[in-house]
Design a protein around this ligand. Structure first.
Ligand SMILES: [Zn+2]
Ligand SMILES: [Zn+2]
Length: 185
């Protein structure tokens, strides 16, 4: 099995292509190329070929800037070390299965690194993870600012989860904090 630092369970949470891997011919469990944001160049790739970097996911510059900013804030690292970490983490993320449906390949940062994608949560899953807080309150706590600012009516938003709204959940590798991104269609 191929493991990824930033993606917990690609077998369950990525979208699979029925086409063979265009690099090695593997037939099973390939990733759908459209989420790589590389146009028609990539149609189907297996996890192993992705891990080896035979093709990579497009990482927008705003994600790199977010990482750089966080490294600057969280660390006493030299500029040289920050540079080295940025290059290595971006390289790792570009060889990580993309989260299907997330616009602009968004990826949250926490504690000076990218967070790990743990899956899409429905209301039931959110409530289950909220302990005694209640699902709505918990969701508001873990949602990123950008997603939160787009919500007009929170009750409508909550009831729309699983219909036209999806909640993608990440977890910080260091502090274990949950970070959620919402997408409405
Ligand atoms: Zn392959
Ligand atoms: Zn953290």
């Amino acid at each position: 099995m191929t493991n990824f630092k930033y993606f917990n369970n690609p077998a369950k949470y990525s979208v699979h292509s029925k086409k063979p891997c265009q690099f090695c011919g593997e037939n099973e469990g390939n990733l759908e190329g459209v989420y790589f944001e590389k146009g028609d160049n990539i149609q189907s790739i297996c996890l192993k070929c992705l891990k080896e970097g035979k093709e990579t996911v497009y990482i927008p510059s705003y994600i790199q800037e977010r990482l750089e900013q966080n490294l600057n804030e969280n660390n006493t690292l030299s500029e040289h070390d920050i540079r080295k970490k940025v290059i290595s983490y971006i390289d790792e993320l570009s060889k990580t299965p993309p989260v299907p449906w997330i616009q602009f390949n968004d990826w949250p940062v926490c504690c000076a690194d990218f967070a790990e994608y743990i899956g899409e949560w429905d209301r039931e899953e959110i409530i289950k993870n909220s302990k005694d807080k209640g699902g709505k309150k918990f969701l508001l706590e873990i949602l990123d600012e950008f997603s939160k600012n787009k919500i007009d009516d929170f009750n409508f938003f909550w009831n729309d989860i699983g219909i036209n709204t999806a909640i993608f959940v990440f977890k910080c590798i260091s502090c274990n904090k949950f970070l959620a991104i919402a997408q409405s269609y």
